[in-house]
Structures are given as structure tokens and as C-alpha cells.
Design a binder for this molecule. Structure first.
Ligand SMILES: [Zn+2]
Length: 367
């Protein structure tokens, strides 16, 4: 469809299929760009009859890198209608790509490909050792079987999600098991995301060289430099963890409360230190309702992360980490357009203008 010619872009022949066009300042660099959707690919070559659908500040879409759509509560089965509704809420809020590090079941074939819903990367159901994680969710595997189970999942979908630790008093996965998981998953070209909310599990995950630590509550800040060096990302799910603080302060004392309260209290400073150390941060919302990744960006900034880095964690940084390029010729044709720079006022993230997925307008510009 792309053509170099002298015709004015935007000119329309009756009956012609309109090609979508956006222009403005593209983040992260803020460079002026004028893009045409050639199917699901951006091109800077003017396309005849293109329709300018929005102009302003351009992101390659928001990314929620830790979300579990499609189940009402922990332990509940995957509900296709709910899955569709949850993903619809993400798209409505400007999310063009999600990573689901754990789902209630293997998703239906339209997951990640439905034209109106975000692209998706997923790890299938969680993988835990016997006796840990939410009952009725995920698979259980012995230490001996974990590497093979994780590698089989990663061979199918690119990711495996492993629960390294669970409640206070539970034994975390030994570092040797996590190392064997990483070796087996990397051997099939996949990546490993690891749930950790205890110091010992976090230390084992970092020592094993996993690809991403999910939550990372109680992680030893001394490990952050090693994470940055070896490219282990952190998805802190900060807003959901600190969101429990008020309730925890009022709760009756117990070992579980002390663990949660101390971890949640230390989490924002830990996240700020991770950004300072150069750890790749990924924004993730973890729980219901869906479509709240802007809350996570604001929580990161409130913790002390620069707005540019926090927004990158929910957009271009996460997208690159998950293997998709940003707003460059040849990239998949996703964009979210804001009238003004969202880094100057993060509440602007709640009012996206046009949302384009796969070269199609899924939410028109306001007004
Ligand atoms: Zn989760």
C-alpha cells in the first residue's frame, strides 16, 4: 500500500479504504514523527487517502506486564467472557500489549490476536511446588520435574511462570532448582518469570539468573546491582502491594501480618533503589479491576522513580523487553495519542485520545 508520490496525503477517493495516519512527538525521544498504518505496520512513506485520526504526544501504547485477566478471584476457572471484558478494559485505557505471567488455564486462540484487544504474551498456568500457591490455580511439580514442566510451557508460549516462595514458614525453591529451570527454559529459547515475596526466594531467583522477578517484596537491595548487570527485570506490582498498607496496620498481629507489613513498607524505597541501580522496571497491576496501569505509573513516581522511567516501565521499555519495537517504520502499528505530554501530568494517562491497535482505531480521539 505504501507509495512515494506527489499526491496530498489525506486525499480521498470515493469508496477507497482509508488508511490511518497519526503524527506528533513520539516518546521516548520526543522526536516529531508522521506515521501511516500499512496494515499492521507503521511506515513513514505517505499513503494515498490516509486519514489523520490524531495528533499530539505518541506512545507505542501502554503495557501491563503483570496482569491475570479472565478469572473472578484466585482459584476460579478461566471465563472466556470475563477474559474478553478484562482485555477490553485494558485496551480502553490505552494498553496495546499485556504479559500474563500466569493464567487460570491455557487461553483460547483469539487471546492476543483478536483485532479489538491487546497483543498478549503469556506463561500459561503458574508452576509451583506441591503445597504452595492458590488452591485450584496453576500446576504443581516436584523439584525434579519443575525444569521440564517449565521448559515445556516456555516452548509453547515463550514464558514460564514459577512460584519461588509463598507464605511465611514455607520453604522457598532451592537455588539449584531455579538454576535448572533457567537452564532448561533458556535452552528452548524461552524466558522465566519468578514470583517472590521473601528475601530467601528473591536471593535464589537473582542467583539463578531468572529473567524477571515478580513483586520482589523483601528483596535484599544489595542484589539490585547484580540484577541490573545480568538483565533481570523487576515487576514490583507496587500499587497493589502498598495498597494493602492501611488494612495491614489495622489488622491483628501475626507472623503473616508482620511479614506483609514490613515488606509493603519497604517496597517503595526498594523500587526507587532499583531504578537508581539501573534495573529494568516493568509496570504491572496484578489484580482486578483491569485497565489500571496508570495507577502503577503514578505509584512508581510517588516512590521516587522519574516520570520518564516510570512511563517507560508501562510503555516503550516494557514493549522492548517483550520483543516489540516502538514507533519506528516497520514496527507493529500500535499507538496511543495524548493531547499533551503525559510525563508532565500523569493524570493525562486516564484520558487517552486515540488508541490504535494493529493499524485500526479501537478508541477514537475525544471531542
Ligand atoms: Zn500475579
Amino acid at each position: 500500500m505504501a507509495a512515494h508520490d506527489s499526491e496530498t496525503p489525506g486525499e480521498r477517493r470515493p469508496g477507497a479504504v482509508s488508511v490511518l495516519r497519526v503524527r506528533g512527538r513520539a516518546l521516548p525521544d520526543g522526536e516529531w514523527i508522521d506515521l501511516y498504518a500499512d496494515g499492521d505496520r507503521w511506515t513513514t512513506d505517505p499513503v494515498r487517502n490516509a486519514e489523520l485520526v490524531a495528533e499530539g504526544w505518541l506512545l507505542p501504547g501502554l503495557v501491563d506486564a503483570h496482569t491475570h485477566p479472565g478469572a473472578e478471584a484466585p482459584g476460579q476457572p478461566l471465563d472466556e467472557e470475563l477474559l474478553r471484558a478484562d482485555l477490553g478494559r485494558h485496551a480502553e485505557h490505552g494498553v496495546t500489549l499485556i504479559r500474563a505471567p500466569g493464567l487460570a488455564a491455557e487461553p483460547p486462540s483469539w487471546f492476543g490476536t483478536d483485532p479489538d484487544l491487546p497483543r498478549a504474551v503469556h506463561a500459561g498456568p503458574w508452576i509451583a511446588q506441591p503445597g504452595q500457591f492458590f488452591a485450584d490455580w496453576g500446576r504443581r511439580a516436584s523439584h525434579a520435574d519443575l525444569p521440564e514442566v517449565a521448559a515445556a510451557q516456555a516452548a509453547r508460549t515463550g514464558w514460564a511462570k514459577v512460584i519461588a516462595d509463598w507464605l511465611p514458614g514455607d520453604d522457598p525453591l532451592p537455588v539449584e532448582v531455579l538454576r535448572a529451570v533457567v537452564t532448561a527454559v533458556h535452552a528452548v529459547g524461552g524466558r522465566v518469570a519468578v514470583h517472590s515475596q521473601h528475601a530467601a526466594g528473591g536471593a535464589a531467583a537473582v542467583a539463578a539468573g531468572v529473567d524477571s522477578v515478580e513483586h520482589g517484596m523483601h528483596l535484599d537491595p544489595a542484589l539490585l546491582h547484580r540484577m541490573a548487570e545480568q538483565g533481570t527485570a523487576l515487576t514490583p506490582t507496587l500499587s497493589i502491594i502498598t495498597g494493602t498498607l492501611d488494612r495491614l496496620r489495622d489488622a491483628a498481629d501475626s507472623p503473616r501480618r508482620r511479614w506483609s507489613l514490613s515488606g509493603a513498607t519497604a517496597h517503595a524505597p526498594l523500587v526507587a533503589a532499583a531504578a537508581e541501580a539501573g534495573v529494568t522496571l516493568l509496570a504491572g497491576t496484578d489484580s482486578r479491576p483491569h485497565g489500571r496501569v496508570a495507577d502503577e505509573v503514578r505509584a512508581l513516581v510517588a516512590a521516587g522513580v522519574r516520570p520518564h522511567v516510570a512511563l517507560g516501565a508501562a510503555s516503550w521499555t516494557a514493549r522492548a523487553y517483550l520483543g516489540l519495537p516502538g514507533l519506528v517504520p516497520g514496527a507493529p502499528a500500535d499507538v496511543v495519542v495524548y493531547p499533551d505530554d503525559p510525563r508532565d501530568d500523569l493524570d493525562r494517562l486516564d484520558r487517552p485520545g486515540a488508541v490504535v491497535l494493529r493499524g485500526r482505531l479501537v478508541r477514537p480521539a475525544a471531542g
